[in-house]
Design a protein around this ligand. Structure first.
Ligand code: AMP
Ligand code: MG
Length: 487
């Protein structure tokens, strides 16, 4: 176990030099106070949980005090935003403080989001507000608990520093952990500025630090692109299977590790709606729920373009072709599990699609509770319960008959089926209204609700005594919240 004084830093990205990032000191926030902390994330750094009780904790994780071995730097990148190329983005309000090396030999980036102005701040103020910091914190940890790869969140620190958005709010700092903060847009930056030596240096860094197995392949860069694509196919399959809508899939928000990254106006679906658009400034629905699949593919093409100095175009095209079949295989696999199947049958894909079409037609089926309830009783009884949420009852009964026949072919007893299904179908989901309630309390200085929500979501599959209200269907007002895109 480490203390705050004994963390080991090994700042590999900083050593790449000034072409990749710029040294910047964090700008302190006034009266830092710890809002919420993730014990699971502390463990990634080998930090003793007791350390969060120390006063210096909030000072260090709000950038008001620095470790002597930290080397705070703003990373440069660019990216395609809503389809158009933005030549220079970079960390406009985030700083990579350094990389903490844990006992398992893993390096974890300590990234401070909301740390003040950098050379990449453009028109922004370099700050993050409490509201958006809490949203990112909750989502990172909730996704992780659901088994969906994500950047992690160590803690949120609030302050009395005023920040202007639509109204006056207060500045907060989020400490984000990830094994890398390199994005698709990092490669695009060096490609479009024709810095091909740096492009190669970045690819070599990512290979050595994050994809060492690709170095054993005859063509390491090809193997790297293929691995990034494979991880993204699996990630997007998980988003689609669990109803997660990212909202801003710009290439600067796509991690080279294939993890969920950079949280804005994200949402988990409540009632199933494939066309759901969670980002209210996304007028054309470019990042709607169902578009996440083609958009991920599009983003991988943008990355492929940036890698053309390292990999032959024909090879890149060949690898890109793998995306959709890989995605589909992962998605089908996840959905079979969610439906309680342990085997694969030819008709499964159609059965899944018919179910979603029925949900879509009614827009009255809670996407998460449907699966949870389906596992709660034997198939025939469970179907009678979930049936009530469908509008096309005839259609649902026809589907139900086929589902029943399919389930009977599985032949497992109900106790085993329930255990299997409950292990993949969460009871607790980060619904927008739950986040909003916790944020409203935190803005009043009451951090208990956000801490409790985080706690509940860290064990989403386990029924927790006294936490029934978190498992309810959202109230009508809670389904149609307009979440501010400002952050
Ligand atoms: P995002 O939409 O959060 O992915 O941010 C896109 C770009 O804008 C990134 O380069 C951010 O660093 C930058 N950015 C967002 N908000 C601010 C802010 N308040 N101050 C400075 N830069 C910002
Ligand atoms: Mg971003």
């Amino acid at each position: 176990m480490k203390t705050l004084d004994t963390l080991t830093f090994d700042n590999r990205f900083a050593r790449l030099g000034d072409s990749f990032s710029t040294e910047v000191l964090p700008e302190p926030i006034a009266e830092p106070r710890l809002v919420v902390v993730s014990q699971d994330a502390l463990a990634l750094l080998d930090l003793d949980p007791q350390e969060a009780q120390r006063e210096v904790f909030a000072d260090l994780f709000s950038g008001n005090q620095l470790w002597s071995d930290a080397e705070p730097r703003a990373m440069v990148y660019s990216g395609h935003q809503f389809g158009g190329y933005s030549p220079r983005l970079g960390d406009g309000r985030g700083l990579l403080l350094g990389e903490v090396l844990n006992h398992a030999g893993e390096h974890w980036d300590l990234h401070l989001k909301g740390a003040g102005l950098t050379p990449y701040s453009r028109m922004g103020d370099g700050r993050a507000v409490l509201r958006s910091s809490i949203r990112e914190f909750l989502a990172s940890e909730a996704l992780h608990a659901l088994g969906i790869p994500s950047s992690r969140a160590l803690c949120v620190t609030g302050s009395s520093t005023p920040v202007w958005r639509e109204k006056q709010e207060t500045a907060a700092m989020l400490v984000r952990l990830a094994q890398s903060h390199v994005r698709f847009g990092s490669f695009e930056y060096f490609y479009y500025t024709r810095q091909h030596d740096q492009l190669k240096q970045l690819a070599d860094h990512v290979l050595a630090c994050h994809y060492p197995e690709c170095l054993q392949q005859p063509q390491p860069y090809e193997a790297l692109f293929r691995s990034v694509l494979e991880r993204n196919a699996e990630l997007i399959a998980r988003w689609q299977a669990y109803g997660f809508c990212h909202g801003v899939m710009n290439t600067d928000n796509m991690s080279i590790l294939g993890i969920t990254f950079d949280f804005g106006p994200y949402a988990f679906l409540d009632d199933f709606d494939a066309n759901h658009i969670c980002n209210h400034s996304d007028d054309t629905g470019r990042y709607s729920f169902s578009n996440q699949v083609p958009i991920a593919h599009w983003n991988l093409s943008a990355l492929a373009q940036a890698l053309t100095p390292l990999i032959e175009v024909d090879k890149l095209k060949e690898i890109l072709e793998l995306f959709l079949p890989l995605y589909q295989a992962h998605y089908d696999d996840l959905m079979r599990k969610r439906l309680g199947f342990t085997t694969a049958e030819d008709g499964d894909e159609e059965l899944i699609q018919r179910l979603l079409t029925l949900m879509q037609a009614g827009k009255s089926t809670d996407y998460h509770l449907f699966f949870r309830h389906l596992g709660e009783q034997a198939p025939a009884d469970a179907l009678q319960v979930v049936r009530n949420d469908f509008v096309d009852l005839q259609g649902f009964d026809a589907w139900g008959a086929d589902y029943l026949a399919r389930s009977n072919r599985e032949g497992s007893d109900q106790a085993a089926r329930q255990a299997r299904m409950h292990a993949v179908n969460p009871l607790y989901v980060l619904r927008n209204y739950l986040a909003q309630e916790a944020i409203a309390a935190a803005e009043r200085g009451d951090y208990a609700p956000v801490r409790e929500l985080h706690e509940v979501l860290s064990r989403p599959f386990e029924q927790q005594a006294g936490k029934e209200r978190y498992a309810l269907r959202p109230p009508d007002w809670g389904k149609h919240l307009e979440i501010s895109c400002s952050s």
